[in-house]
Ligand binder design. Sequence first.
Ligand code: SF4
Length: 228
Amino acid sequence: MILVDFLIQRLRSTLNSAFMDSKIRADMWRERPNHFQMLHEIYYNGELPQDKVDEIQKRLSVSMGNFLTSKTFTDIREKKEMHFVEAERFRFMFIDGVKIFIVMDFLYRDIKEGKWIIVDWKTWKESFEDRHQLALYELYLQRVLKVKSIEEIVIRNEYLLTGTHKTYQLTETDLKKVQELFGMSVVQMQRYLDDIIANQPMDFNQFPKTNTLKKCNRCNYRELCEMY
Ligand code: SF4
């Protein structure tokens, strides 16, 4: 079997297992949610719409084809100077006393060029936020892995639906901006805490509802929200 078919089959089997968990093992999922999976659509509507299934099938084959020809996969597969460091490990760091959780999709090194390359796989469209998220990972490399110079770090978004990628070399100004943005977000979030030290949120009804109703369709808190 060729590699792309193998990958598609593996992912299909993972999705089928999630579908079966959602349909016939919902009680087990309620008891042990970290051992079973629940699809949002089935939880709220009892079914997975056919157009969604068709869309997933289409995306699977396009994304896996593009993954195998991506810049990152080609680097790792063909160049001996590229060294894998880690993938999807749960990490954290503190910025101004706030604990930030970090999960990098993929991190590798180009030994010849002396670079660390942080990669994020995207299965959706490009967004303005993509670069900011990777800038936080860059801070993690500097603060926790003690990478000395910003020049040694490259960040890359791999867009699996289009088979394109964007690679950036950030500047100190970019990092400063991201830290400012982060600081403003923290202040905003803290406005919704009754007790900042204990991380105790305000009462549920103090949180304004979104005006963008289509967000509700994908919201994990829909059941709790009094709108429903
Ligand atoms: S369902 Fe979710 S997104 Fe919609 S208003 Fe409620 S909490 Fe906000």
